[in-house]
Design a binder for this molecule. Structure first.
Ligand code: ZN
Length: 165
């Protein structure tokens, strides 16, 4: 067996730990050991129902003992850099929220006006295409027509009807 191996997580060539029996796949760094444990946990959850059940109940017990808000409070207190960075990001998140890229269209659903361009009522929407031959002026109409309702409204200014006055 060679004295070095390639770590599955960090992909670095590392010296083999002689105390480990079998094939070593992960180096000893904290990050790679966490990755190894995470993968083992994931595999066990997939193939071992007893393990899955056990983890579920022990997680439940942990959550009862340390409710989320308490854990988060403690985490924030012990990670001031995280709080500072999160506050900074939240400022930009708020700014993004206040200036949406596409301004919303102002449409009043209860708006009725005498200036409406179309009469309200039921209309049939028919897809058509112009006939290829010049002599044939008949439009090809599909019979599976869509019935639409025309409702008069206000607030459709500018963008929707640029040429209307
Ligand atoms: Zn590694």
């Amino acid at each position: 067996m060679s004295k070095t191996f390639k770590c599955r997580h960090c992909r670095r060539w590392c010296k083999r730990n002689p105390r480990i029996k079998g094939v070593q796949k992960y180096c000893g760094s904290r990050e790679c050991q966490n990755a190894r444990k995470k993968k083992w946990d994931h595999d066990q959850r997939l193939k071992n129902p007893d393990y899955r059940k056990h983890r579920r109940t022990s997680n439940q017990r942990w959550r009862d003992k340390y409710p989320g808000h308490k854990y988060q409070k403690e985490y924030r207190e012990s990670h001031p850099d995280y709080c500072k960075e999160n506050r900074r990001q939240q400022v930009s998140r708020n700014q993004n929220r206040q200036t949406p890229a596409i301004p919303p269209k102002i449409v009043k659903t209860d708006a009725l006006t005498s200036e409406s361009v179309a009469l309200q009522g039921l209309y049939v929407l028919l897809p058509y295409k112009k006939a290829v031959k010049k002599t044939d002026t008949k439009k090809i109409v599909k019979t599976d027509a869509l019935i639409v309702q025309i409702v008069a409204g206000t607030g459709f200014t500018g963008g929707l009807f640029p040429n209307s006055s």
